[in-house]
Write a protein that binds this ligand. Sequence first.
Ligand code: PRP
Length: 181
Amino acid sequence: MPTRPYVIDEMISAKSIAARIEHMCHDIRAEFSDTDKLIVVGLLRGSFVFIADLVRELDLPIEVDFLEASSYGDGMESSREVRILKDLRGAIEGRDVLVVEDIVDTGHTLHHVTSLLRSRGPARLKTAALLDKPTRREVDLRADFTGFDIPDEFVVGYGIDFAQRNRNLPFIGKVRFTGDA
Ligand code: PRP
């Protein structure tokens, strides 16, 4: 998809992300220290970098599974219609589940996914999001573990895309448009 020209300004450095994940994992370990049946569920595609760093810092006996949900397509605005493009491989009934999301924006994706997974009868279901844009919320929810609250900026990097680009940046950057399409 052709886009207006833009540059990316660093917003959260790779070092800050790593430090914050260490703290989040401390809290997540405390929550799940009593279990040996935790499944960490990454929401594709945006969470793939975050979940990779998170599970390596977690130091708990875990399984990893993935679910792909999409609400944005290639556009900049949420369609508010969450589609499940790929379901979990395994069952979660009676298991402890941690859903890992890169960013909570309107909240529709996390709401839809957690409702779906709760209907499958997990023993415990918690959520972790690296980024949260609380001012954009349309559904009343908050992740149980949040990395950073951020303002309503267009962010990319560390798994997050703009029209499928920039997911491989090691930091979180802010898109700044520099011209017309
Ligand atoms: C993005 C992001 C979150 C979701 C958050 O996913 O990764 O999953 O939107 O938005 P919401 O709170 O308004 O629902 P997207 O649909 O762009 O798919 P992707 O993860 O494959 O990039």
